[in-house]
Design a protein around this ligand. Sequence first.
Ligand SMILES: [Zn+2]
Length: 161
Amino acid sequence: MVKLAFDDIWRALDEIADPEIPVVSLVEMGIVRDVQIQNDAVIVSMTPTFAGCPAFEQMRAAIVEKLRALGVERVEVKIVLTPPWSSDWIAESARAKLKSFGLAPPPQHGGNVQLFFPDAVACPYCNSTNTRVTNHFGPTLCRAIYFCRNCQQPFEQFKPL
Ligand SMILES: [Zn+2]
């Protein structure tokens, strides 16, 4: 077994794209919570963005495959649902990428969230706040669909969770 360093493992995990938002990694999204090395096994703890996330199997398989490629023989992926995933865990670097992907990044809420839908969401294309929500539930439960009155473009906002 190769000698593994935490840095190498985190770097490898940071190369795994979020299956729903391929411009950001699972690490940047705060989905990968923890890495532990026990003897010849690597244990990765992850928290899906919401329970029952359909992309979960895909993420688990990608983590196993990635670490096997590093020479890890035993990979264990643990699902941690408590505390639930929070949009506050999204790395600062990922917020700009979400925006370039046409997704308005969620505001930081510091744990005080009422599953609110902010009225003044800035359009990721033109930064105008002259926007309105058209659908509280977008293609996934994590997103809401907005419409920008300024540039006449629909866009999605990542809901603060
Ligand atoms: Zn706009």
